[in-house]
Design a protein around this ligand. Sequence first.
Ligand SMILES: CC(C)(COP(=O)(O)OP(=O)(O)OC[C@H]1O[C@@H](n2cnc3c(N)ncnc32)[C@H](O)[C@@H]1OP(=O)(O)O)[C@@H](O)C(=O)NCCC(=O)NCCS
Length: 175
Amino acid sequence: MHGGTRIRVIEPTDAAPIAAHRARDIEAFRRWEPARPTEFFTPEGQAERIDSLLAGYRTGTVWPGVVLADDQVIGEVTIGGILPQAHLRRGSVGYWIGSVAQNQGHAGRAVELALRVMTDELGLHRAEASTNLENLPSQRVLRRNGFSPYGVAHSSILLDGSWRDGLLWERILGD
Ligand SMILES: CC(C)(COP(=O)(O)OP(=O)(O)OC[C@H]1O[C@@H](n2cnc3c(N)ncnc32)[C@H](O)[C@@H]1OP(=O)(O)O)[C@@H](O)C(=O)NCCC(=O)NCCS
């Protein structure tokens, strides 16, 4: 427990609460999250997605986490693109929090906990992230966790029908 926020590796039983959050938040997330196929918003579609995330977890390319408050799933925090090679040792952090649980510090604490996983469990040296230029809440989450912006990836993600620039973030974790 950390300020009322926990993270753990995703489990098959998380499919239903994740689908419920994402179905309810389709409109709220439209600006920030890529369009998804219909099955993404169903427990069955999420169960398939979780299977594939756990396959990546077993091979070490992804650490797929859920965010919990009062033992309820309220969002996800994912360490993706893990490059464990000794000369790279980096990964990229992504996250969302359901609209019903936003603005209570959960994403900030979840990223802090994910950074601990990156150092203590995965032995990584560098954390990266990407946000929309207008996504100020997400940028606050990263700044609060010691990330700095280092560049702009032009026309890098299709969001709500138009190609958007991505602001690139980095944080050096340690040796
Ligand atoms: C971005 C997101 C994960 C933040 O989750 P959260 O749990 O609400 O985040 P926190 O409460 O930890 O922090 C939010 C911060 O944004 C600030 N904020 C909220 N609304 C804001 C706004 N309109 N403008 C500027 N800052 C704002 C809050 O004050 C807080 O900053 P602080 O730490 O300085 O007080 C959540 O809004 C979300 O899931 N959004 C939709 C999907 C998304 O954007 N994912 C990230 C893609 S990069």
